[in-house]
Design a protein around this ligand. Structure first.
Ligand code: AMP
Length: 295
């Protein structure tokens, strides 16, 4: 595996791979790799002959009061974690190379992304769409893997690819959870043992939603109320939103249908955590649920 630090070298290397007949899968990440990221890498290698993982803590997607400076970074450990997967390159560009002094063009993903994560994090999706478009331009992959964990982000990226007629297949991978049910996240390191107990309520609220739907409840208001009640029992967690949306429009729904998505976000201590679940029939596999949500 090559560790590539410059945009020019990455472009050259990807071109060489393509000339040699390889199909390329790209996995964009911000590093501090965990099992969630590695599930994307595994999928990338299953789908394509060459795999490229990018690691870049993208300043453009962080707000001024967010955790850019303290976001966990450990390149050596990340490179070690990637070794068993035989990816072809780990692309670790510098901020100066990605955003040179004369950089002026940003992607504006539209009003709809000013809701939910977009409302909590102004300009976040502008930064995400811009960096993903840049990475796709640099690597020119056949396929790019993203996680269901960041469901709204995946939606933005699908729109980006469709609106700009990009020639790349977007693959969404199911959420990987830690043993206690908490969705794997680089930000989980911010949690104390006590905060972690509170954080588990996010997944538990999603489990509650699933159960209610399995038992025939389709009233979205009732289900989100039950989710909220469960989380609000614990003073250690401050719920930002619990909503159920249509995966196509991202509008909140009144009646839950197969493929509707329950989304939650909360602050626990200094961490802001998000999680979600695709609602569908009891017994459906994660892949089947992703299909129901049109992914
Ligand atoms: P990040 O490094 O947080 O920007 O994440 C990079 C990619 O990994 C994104 O597509 C995320 O959605 C995905 N990802 C993060 N956490 C998980 C998880 N627990 N399960 C599956 N994918 C994840």
């Amino acid at each position: 595996m090559r560790v590539i630090r410059s945009v020019a070298e990455m472009k050259h290397f990807a071109r060489q791979l393509r000339r040699a007949g390889a199909t390329i899968a790209l996995v964009p990440t911000m590093g501090a790799l965990h099992e969630g990221h590695l599930s994307l890498v595994r999928r990338a290698k299953q789908e394509c002959s060459a795999g490229i993982v990018s690691i870049f803590v993208n300043p453009a997607q962080f707000g001024p009061s967010e955790d850019l400076a303290r976001y966990p970074r450990n390149l050596e450990k990340d490179v070690e974690a990637l070794r068993p997967f035989e990816v072809d390159a780990c692309f670790v560009p510098t901020a100066e190379d990605m955003y040179p002094a004369d950089f002026i063009t940003f992607v504006d993903p539209g009003a709809i992304v000013r809701r939910l994560e977009g409302a909590a994090r102004p300009n976040h999706f502008r930064g995400v769409a811009t960096i993903v478009l840049k990475l796709l331009g640099i690597v020119n992959p056949d396929l790019a893997c993203f996680g269901q964990k960041d469901f709204q982000q995946a939606w933005v990226i699908r729109r980006l690819v469709s609106d700009f007629n990009l020639d790349v297949r977007v693959v969404l991978c199911p959420i990987v959870r830690e043993a206690d049910g908490l969705a794997a996240s680089s930000r989980n390191v911010y949690l104390s043992a006590e905060e972690r107990q509170s954080a588990r309520l996010l997944n538990r609220s999603l489990e509650r939603a699933k159960e209610l739907v399995w038992n025939g409840e389709s009233n979205s208001g009732l289900v989100t109320q039950a989710m909220r009640q469960l989380v609000e029992q614990d003073a250690g967690i401050s719920l930002d939103y619990a909503v159920i949306v249509s995966p196509a429009s991202f509008d909140t729904v009144e009646r839950i249908a197969a493929g509707s998505v329950a989304l939650v976000a909360a602050r626990v201590g200094s961490a802001r955590l998000i999680d979600n679940a695709i609602l569908g029939p009891r017994g459906a596999t994660e892949e089947e649920l992703l299909e129901m949500a049109g992914s």
